[in-house]
Structure formats: C-alpha cells, structure tokens
Design a protein around this ligand. Structure first.
Ligand code: ADP
Ligand code: MG
Length: 527
C-alpha cells in the first residue's frame, strides 16, 4: 500500500510536531495575558477600538475577545472557548480563559520533556473528573425564595463589574426580570432570558431610573398621528400578515384596454382592504399590531373604527408582546378567533423620550415576558451595563436550575488545587506530572485575584494553601485588599454550574490544543 500524499502548494505554511504545539501554547498564553487584569472586583477596563471606529469599554472577558482581531488559530480557538462558556452559563468567561492558558503553560514543560501529548491528555481528563468531584464537595445548597441570599449571590457576580456602584439596583433588575419570565410547570423549568427579556437602552437620565416593566416596551410610534396614544385595558390583536392589498406574484401581467377596467382594478383593491379591516373591526379591538405593513387606506378604516395600529414590529418583539398580553399571533385574518385577543395588558401608552417615541404595553397580569429599560449617561456606558446585567441574569437563571453554590474568591479553585495535589502523589508513572500541573494551574485564579488588587501573591497563597490543607475549604481571597478570608463571612458565592463549566471548558480546550500536531495553512503570510 502506498502512503497517502499531501500536496501543499507553494504558499502553504506548515508547522509540525513540537513546533506546532509550542506555537499554540504561546498564542493561548498571550490571549490569557491580555485578559488577566480583568478578573475580580479590582478589574481594569479595556478600551477597544472596533473596526467600524466605535469604542467598546468593558472588562468582560468574552466581550473583549469578541472584539479583538487575532490571526493565530489557537488564539481563535480560545475565543471560541469563551463563547461556549458565555452561551452555556453566561458568566465566568474571564476565569475560563485564564485557566485554560495556565493549564497549557503548566503542561508545557512536559511537552518539552517529550512526554507524549496523549499521556498528558489522559492525565488532564483524569484531573477534570477529580476536579468536578471536589467542586461538588465544597458546594452547598441555596434557598431560591430567600431574597437576601439571591441578591447577595447576584452581587458577587456584578461586584466585579463596572455597574458595581449601582449593585443594589442591578440585583433587583436581574432578579425581577428572571422571576418574571420563569415558567415552572411541574418538573419542567423554563427560564429563557435571551428570548423573553428585552433590554432597551435609552441614553440620558440616571442609572437608578432603570426599571423592569410589568410588560413590554417598543421603540415605535402609532402609524397614524390621529390614532389614540393612550388606552386603558386594550383588546389587542397581533398579526404577522400585512394589512394591504395583496399584490400578485411578480410574474403576473395585466393588459388593460379600457379606462374603466383600470378604475375597476383600483376598486377591487380598495374593497379587499376594506373587507380585511371590517373583519378585524368585528372583534372590537383597540390595538392592532402587525409584523408587516399597514397601507394608508387600512389606516383610514382602522382610525375610523377607533383602532390604534402599530406596524413593522419585529418578530421577536411580537413574541414578547404575545406572552405579556396573552394574545396569539394570527397569520390569516380569516382565522381570527375571540380567544386570540390579548386582554392581560391594562395600559397602552406612547411616550416621547428625548426625540424618540416609545410604545408601552404595561400593567400586565403575570406577564412572562418583560422589557428592562436601562438609563444612563452614554451609549458606551449603557452597553457595558447591558453586558453586566446579562451576567447577573445568567447567575440568577443558573441557580434556578441548579440551586447549589460554590465559594468564590478563588476558594473553590484553591480547594481543587490542594486536593488534586494530594491525589497526584498516589498516581503512578509519568501521568503524575501533568496531573500535578493541572493542580498547580488552578492556583492561578486566587493568585490573579491577589495580584489584581496589588497584594503579595507568594505569601498570601502560602497562607491560603495552609488553610485548605487543614480542610478549611471555604477560605479564599478578599478581592479588595488581597487578604485571606472565610467566604462564609465575606459572602462571595457563585453558582456551582459556573465553576463546573469553567473547569470543563478550560481543560477540554487545553486538551484539544495539545492534540494538535500540525498547523497547515493555505493562506499566504502577510509581509
Ligand atoms: P468572570 O468573567 O470569570 O466572571 P469576573 O471578573 O466576574 O470574571 O471575576 C470572577 C471571579 O472573581 C470569581 O472567581 C469570583 O469568585 C471572584 N470574585 C468576585 N467578587 C469578589 C470579591 N469581592 N472578592 C474576591 N473575589 C471575588
Ligand atoms: Mg463574573
């Protein structure tokens, strides 16, 4: 049998074996180093220039990586990693990058010593399984109905963010919005904040004026200036079809020879629109909202019938309105039934804020969808507040599914590190070393927390290690002064799922990068 032949063209770059691994590890470390100063309560912000010339101010690991333009494939894979973390659990994106970078850095010497990557990967997997056990053993259950406990939990998550100064407000917003959209149906729980919580940012005003509406708000005005802009207890119809004359397909040709025929065509159009509006008016709605257009003629008939109309509403907005008002979105007017009409909303109003009109559908009974109105100084600040609020909602949502908390401030990571280091001694053969490397790598989280607030890392880490070796596994770092504290007193706890997911994502991706032994590129290198 012949060996397979790989044809490479003249421009192809190729790095193989050790060279490829070294390049990957270096790139991953470089990414982790950028992110390092963004961990913890004393995190620094990064100012990023996006390709369109805008600026992004943030300390969210994921948001930073999303904006920067990297070319190395390993660095790209790190970015993907933070995206996974963001999608899975919504927080801990900075942690996971730092952790993955450190694991690679710690295993690097063994690559250099020619331990086969497969053995290293085996050790990593074993370490991951043990780390998950340790995380479970240090976690405690939480009571979801205890408001104070929930607020404290959310505070720990946003205490590391720019919104820190308004943390009380942000906690309330996150808790209220998540509770609004949570649907618990026996064993089935649904908390879809992505789909049913909309964050609307309106520059101006004070951050403390932000609120969670008991309903939804849209950046829209009524279609006709004479329509009513304030209605109490409206009957609402939601459509996803246009209120216009249904035009023929693009292939139709009409040939007209007499002038009366032309008039007749126009007349038919008018009759159709009138008929549609009459069908609607039979249901005595006060408000008709459609995702498509509303023609001038239709507006006329609706206005005459005392109905207010909104048009070209986004599908996603319409879905939220449906959940909040109890209406069903109808796509053929003929199919409309009394039960499709929404009556759960008790106030409709259009308000002018700044120079834009906003439509409010509020005072809904048990809305199940909501809008969070964020106010604040400028667009950039509002964008960062929005990202922070997302983290807070993610934390809230996570504990609703899995009501268990792990100690924060690096305590969980230190516990993992100490336990794995003990266990490493019992492992036979070369696998022991990479396993020990993972144990060392987990120390990076408490170390970074100490460094970011200007503490003495070596001395404090030694103290912390001693505590954990004595079995006190709730001790961690006070992120404000870099001293060791007991998290039971200091009160920084995080959802267990976030800790578990960070460990999983970090170790998996480190293993993935180590498995690579060739980087082949068809792209010509730029000068
Ligand atoms: P991530 O994007 O990973 O969530 P953060 O900047 O939010 O990054 O930092 C989270 C880390 O900071 C967690 O390990 C958490 O336990 C820790 N932390 C949060 N608040 C404090 C605090 N006040 N003191 C010490 N550590 C803290
Ligand atoms: Mg966080």
């Amino acid at each position: 049998m012949q060996a397979p032949v790989v044809y490479l063209n003249a421009n192809t770059e190729r790095q193989s074996g050790r060279q490829a691994q070294v390049a990957n590890i270096t790139a991953a470390k470089a990414v982790a180093d950028i992110i390092r100063t963004c961990l913890g309560p004393k995190a620094m912000l990064k100012m990023l220039l996006d390709p369109m010339g805008g600026i992004v101010l943030t300390n969210d690991g994921h948001a930073i990586l999303r904006e920067i333009d990297v070319s190395h494939p390993a660095a790209k894979s790190m970015i993907e990693l933070s995206r996974t973390q963001d999608e899975e659990v919504g927080d801990g994106t900075t942690t996971v990058i730092i952790l993955a970078g450190e694991i690679l850095a710690q295993t690097f010497p063994y690559i250099e010593k020619n331990i086969h990557p497969v053995i290293i990967i085996q050790a990593l997997k074993k370490a991951l399984a043990d780390a998950l056990d340790v995380i479970e053993s240090v976690s405690i259950p939480v009571d979801l109905d205890n408001d104070a406990a929930m607020v404290q939990l959310i505070k720990a998550s946003i205490g590391t963010k720019y919104v820190n100064q308004w943390s009380e407000k942000m906690c309330q917003l996150a808790l209220k919005s998540v509770r609004t959209v949570a649907v618990v149906d026996g064993d089935h729980k649904e908390v879809d904040t992505k789909r049913y919580v909309k964050i609307e940012k309106i520059p101006g005003g004070e951050v403390t004026d932000s609120e969670v509406l008991d309903g939804v708000m849209l950046n829209k005005d009524v279609t006709h200036p004479k329509m009513k802009r304030h209605i109490e207890n409206p009957r609402i119809i939601l459509l996803d079809c246009p209120l216009e004359y249904k035009k023929g397909e693009s292939q139709t040709n009409i040939e007209i020879t007499k002038e009366e025929d032309w008039n007749r065509i126009l007349q038919i159009e008018e009759e159709q629109v009138k008929h549609m509006c009459e069908q609607l008016l039979e249901f005595k709605p006060d408000l008709v909202i459609t995702e498509k257009g509303v023609s001038d003629l239709a507006q006329h008939y609706l206005l005459k019938g005392g109905v207010t109309a909104l048009r070209r509403v986004k599908k996603s907005d319409n879905n939220r309105i449906a959940r909040a008002t109890g209406a069903t979105i109808v796509n053929r007017i003929e199919d409309l039934k009394e039960s499709d009409i929404g009556t759960k909303c008790h106030e409709f109003k259009v308000e002018l804020i700044g120079d834009e009109y906003f439509t409010y559908l509020t005072k809904c009974d048990n809305p199940k969808a909501c809008t969070v109105v964020l106010r604040g100084g400028s667009k950039d600040i509002l964008n960062e507040i929005e990202r922070n609020l997302h983290d807070a909602m993610a934390v809230c949502r996570n504990v609703m599914f899995e009501p268990r908390l792990s100690p924060g401030g690096g305590a969980t990571e230190m516990a993992v590190s100490v336990k794995l280091a003990e266990k490493a001694k019992t492992i036979e053969g070369v696998e022991q070393w990479p396993y020990q490397a993972v144990a060392d790598a987990f120390e990076v989280i408490p170390r970074t927390l100490i460094q970011n607030c200007g503490g003495n890392a070596i001395r404090t880490l030694a103290q912390l290690r001693a505590k954990h070796a004595a079995g006190e596994n709730t001790w961690g770092i006070d992120g404000d002064n870099g001293k060791v504290v007991d998290m039971r007193e200091y009160g920084i706890w995080e959802p267990e799922v976030i800790k578990q997911q960070s460990a999983k994502t970090a170790i998996d991706s480190a293993a993935l990068l180590l498995r690579v032994d060739d980087i082949v590129s068809g792209v010509r290198k730029h000068e």
